[in-house]
Design a protein around this ligand. Structure first.
Ligand SMILES: [Zn+2]
Length: 406
């Protein structure tokens, strides 16, 4: 065997095993493998799992703090949007590609092996993010699997005061150029345009391209921004159960309990995945959605841009933050939170068939210096070994491979 990982605790199996790897695949999972590997790694009883799956990031506009300087006013959403628009005007394809490769390296070094990133396409940035992303996706293929979403950050249809720009044709073209998933930015409390019209057009485009849907939805604690029930109805009407993800939906926390209960039942019936982003603090009804059996995932969202000044692509950190803001810090609750950035996210990204520490699956895994899931989240274990396609790509937070892509 090329590599044997010994004495690793696999949470799905609830026991310690040895894992034998040949080439890029797992060939043996057993309590004791007698054969030696060309390379041997002693997990020391630490957690071994198939890597984090980060279902919601914005890598195209990551790592911009150096361009903003200090002392800027980010006190309102409008100011953040205005700053971000200015920054986007100077983006180039190479610049986007370079920052994305850097961000992918940071995420992979922390144990993320699959990520789904939003990619902006609009009259300001045109297709620079799209082209930069497609190049970064290719350059990073031995490091991280990148799914891509065409995202209308600046709006869907042009409005009178210019706060919303016509982006729908750019989203359509982004898909033609190779972006995987149709995104949306549906928020009745911010955008003047008709949210139902945007949802209808998103479904029409998705069906035309046979693409999944992943939209920013109702990102407001104002109950007027509540298009979620409409999205549920459209998902069922279009036969898109299991293929739609909605991110944020904090307004679900602002509507009356009976409306929320009815809507959560509809979300479950429509098979919609819900992604929560704890870095925004303002959250949806996380626990109620989970208790209803909805597939709820957790992502890291932005990484050091005009919207979020922190953010480091570390899903284990996002899990700790989620545990703190939801008060879900006990062992069984932390295990549920861990699922949100692993198995649940894999289901939302529809990669669950390939995901797992099992014979016949890809040799993609992360080894943490903690003997259980709750301990890993609480201790934020920095001892992390990351294996992609049978090769060690990172140890203790340091990337061991060159990903310049040149
Ligand atoms: Zn987002």
């Amino acid at each position: 065997m090329d590599l044997v990982v010994r004495n690793g605790f696999v949470p799905e199996l609830r026991k310690k095993v040895d894992i034998g790897i040949l080439g890029s695949g797992i060939v043996r999972v057993s309590p004791k493998i007698r054969e030696s590997g060309r390379v041997e790694i002693d997990a020391g009883g630490g957690l071994v799992f198939p890597g984090f799956v980060d279902p919601h990031v914005h890598m195209d506009k990551c790592l911009l703090l150096g361009r903003m300087g200090r002392g800027q006013d980010f006190s309102t959403l409008e100011k953040k949007i205005a700053t971000m628009r200015e920054l986007k005007r100077s983006f180039t394809v190479d610049d986007v590609r370079g920052r994305m490769i850097q961000a992918a390296g940071i995420a992979a070094s922390r144990g993320t092996l699959v990520t789904r990133t939003h990619v902006e396409a609009d009259p300001i940035v045109e297709f620079k993010c799209v082209e930069g992303t497609l190049r970064a996706q290719q350059a990073c293929r031995d490091l991280i699997e990148m799914q891509t979403i065409a995202f209308p950050q600046e709006g869907w249809i042009k409005n009178r005061d210019g706060s919303e720009l016509e982006s729908r044709t750019y989203i359509q073209e982004a898909l033609i150029r190779g972006i995987d998933v149709v995104g949306g930015n549906v928020n009745r409390s911010v955008w003047e345009s008709d949210p139902e019209q945007q949802v209808d057009e998103i479904f029409a485009l998705a069906k035309q391209r046979n693409a999944d849907i992943d939209m920013h939805l109702d990102n407001s604690d104002n109950p007027v921004a509540f298009t979620l029930p409409y999205v549920c109805r459209k998902t069922i009407e279009n036969g898109y159960q299991g293929r739609v993800t909605v991110a944020h939906i904090p307004s679900l926390s602002a509507v009356p309990d009976r409306v929320a209960r009815r809507t959560i039942d509809q979300v479950k019936e429509a098979g919609i995945n819900v992604c929560v982003l704890p870095s925004r603090i303002r959250l949806t009804r996380v626990r109620e959605l989970m208790d209803a059996g909805v597939n709820v995932t957790c992502g890291t969202d932005n990484m050091q841009d005009a919207f979020v000044g922190v953010g480091n692509g570390d899903l284990l950190e996002a899990m700790l933050l989620l545990a703190q803001v939801t008060g879900m810090g006990f062992d069984d609750e932390l295990e549920r939170i861990f699922d949100m950035g692993t198995t649940h996210a894999a289901r939302a990204l529809r990669i669950e068939k390939d995901y797992g520490i099992e014979e016949g699956k890809k040799a993609d895994m992360a080894i943490l210096g903690a003997s259980s899931v709750p301990e890993a989240i609480r201790s934020q274990s920095w001892k992390r070994t990351v294996i992609k396609q049978g090769k060690v790509i990172a140890e203790n937070g340091r990337l061991g491979v060159n990903i310049s892509g040149d």
